[in-house]
Design a protein around this ligand. Structure first.
Ligand code: SIN
Length: 476
């Protein structure tokens, strides 16, 4: 790991030390990985001043130059793909193969927005009055603040920072306390790519409310982008009201997966496994409840359980590992509570179901699950798949939509008309049809209902960092 990154330093327009630090430990071994700077109010206030003066400059840099800087950043992230993958495996227990994949995914956002920077077009449009010419232009919203989660320490940073920087907005990032080093390493690479000091700042913190409080109160921070829980998202939404900030909130989910009778069983099993067990079930878009139609229920349970039992649980730094540890004690406790409560209420454990030491929990399959169990309406954020039987298409849609969440939903069918009908009826921001892993840097990602506001990724993602200005010319 880069020494700059694991020593307790944070980045504004330069690297700084703090007296207050906190320790970062590996969830796989409990070993200390290094210390991180514990930034608070003082550091946050200085960061806002720096972002504001960086904005004066960065907004005037041509889109072509911003694009070239992003392109160099992309190259450096890819050149350090293995190191970043290892860093994530160490910090949060992501299996190394997924870690490398995430580094490439993170770089994908940078590459996409390197191109988008050059496509921020204005529009001339007609007036009903003679002698007038009307123009709409797009300008950067201003300094932005991002709060990034531990489950995708690299990709959620670039999904926010790349469009902001492409649009001309400096960004201050507060990464999750579990994963400060990946964020610092990405920022280090941004500087190496020629990113001007102050355009991307990283304030690590163990007590995030002190940093966030400053950002939310300061009117010079024009935009907040947050990925995390619905509970915290609602609090930030309220706090943003006082300075009327632009907001992107990517919040919790409770994704249903509907597997219809006509599905190709082996393919459906492979997609549900990929969807559920990625990152040990710790993604906002992992399925939380799998509804399987009557006619194939028994056969599906059998094949699914066999596929789940074949997953390798182990050291995240080992190339053969499919499932690493949960991120921390609280994460493990929640998984255990959900499974234990379900079992106490009558669920059957088909495989797994008992913590296996340290922060490891085996991939688990439950049947005989009912709607009064917490696992059916709260995010478990762990490797547990409850399988539920359903009869008709209408019943499946009703159950799938019976939640305040609306991030991702999935279905498996070979019937084209059904695929269209059901994907249109699901009240979700993204739907995977026969596709358990649909997210991509060039696609819109975000939720409806209590899963969030705004979209990240693709051409939609940069709009979140742009204001439309109308300019009217009277010619006489
Ligand atoms: C998330 O869990 O929020 C991100 C998942 C993804 O981008 O695939």
């Amino acid at each position: 790991m880069s020494a700059t990154v694991t020593s307790p330093r944070y980045l504004t327009d330069d690297w700084h030390d703090t007296e207050q630090t906190f320790e970062v430990v590996s969830p796989a071994t409990g070993a200390a990985l290094g210390s991180a700077a514990d930034c608070g109010e003082t550091e946050a206030k200085a960061a806002v001043d720096i972002a504001w003066s960086a904005f004066e400059h960065w907004r005037e840099v041509s889109a072509f130059e911003r694009s070239a800087t992003l392109r160099r950043w992309h190259g450096l992230i890819m050149a350090n793909q293995d190191e970043l993958g290892r860093l994530m495996a160490r910090e949060m227990g992501k299996p190394i193969r997924e870690g490398r994949g995430e580094a490439a995914y993170a770089a994908g956002f940078v590459e996409w927005y390197a191109d988008e920077a050059k496509r921020v077009y204005g529009t001339w449009f007609p007036s009903h009055l003679p002698g007038k010419r009307l123009l709409a232009i797009k300008q950067p919203v201003g300094p932005a603040f991002a709060i990034t989660p531990w489950n995708f320490p690299a990709a959620m940073l670039t999904r926010k920072a790349a469009p902001a920087l492409a649009a001309g907005c400096p960004m201050i990032v507060k990464p999750a306390k579990q994963t400060p080093f990946t964020a610092l390493r990405l920022a280090e690479l941004w500087l190496e790519a020629g990113g001007p000091p102050g355009t991307l700042q990283v304030l690590t913190s163990f007590k995030p409310a002190s940093v966030t409080g400053v950002m939310m109160a300061d009117p010079r921070i024009r935009k907040l982008s947050f990925t995390g829980s619905t509970e915290v998202g609602k609090m930030l939404y309220r706090q943003a009201a006082d300075t009327v900030k632009r907001l992107s909130l990517e919040l919790g989910g409770h994704a249903p997966y509907l597997v219809f009778d006509d599905a190709d069983l082996d393919r459906a099993v492979a997609q549900v496994v990929a969807c559920k067990f990625r990152n040990a079930g710790q993604t906002c878009v992992c399925t939380n409840r799998v509804y399987v139609q009557d006619g194939i229920f028994e056969a599906f349970v059998e094949r699914f359980a066999a596929a789940v039992e074949a997953l390798e649980v182990g050291d995240p730094l080992d190339d053969g590992t499919d499932i690493g540890p949960l991120v921390d004690g609280a994460g493990l406790a929640k998984v255990m509570e959900h499974v234990d409560e379900a079992v106490a209420k009558g669920a059957t454990v088909v495989t797994g179901g008992r913590a296996s030491g340290g922060l490891f929990y085996p991939p688990t399959v439950l049947t005989d699950v009912t709607n009064d169990m917490a696992i059916m309406h709260e995010e478990t954020f762990g490797p547990v798949a409850p399988l539920v039987r359903f009869g008709t298409e209408a019943e499946a849609i009703e159950q799938a939509n019976d939640t305040p969440y609306g991030l991702a939903a999935y279905l498996y069918t070979r019937d084209l008309a059904r695929a269209i009908r059901v994907s249109e009826a699901l009240e979700y921001g993204l739907v995977g049809v026969n596709d358990g892993v649909p997210a991509a840097p060039y696609a819109p990602f975000g939720g409806v209902k209590e899963s969030g506001i705004g979209r990240e990724g693709g051409p939609w993602g940069i709009e979140e960092y742009l204001e439309v200005k109308y300019v009217s010319f009277k010619l006489d």
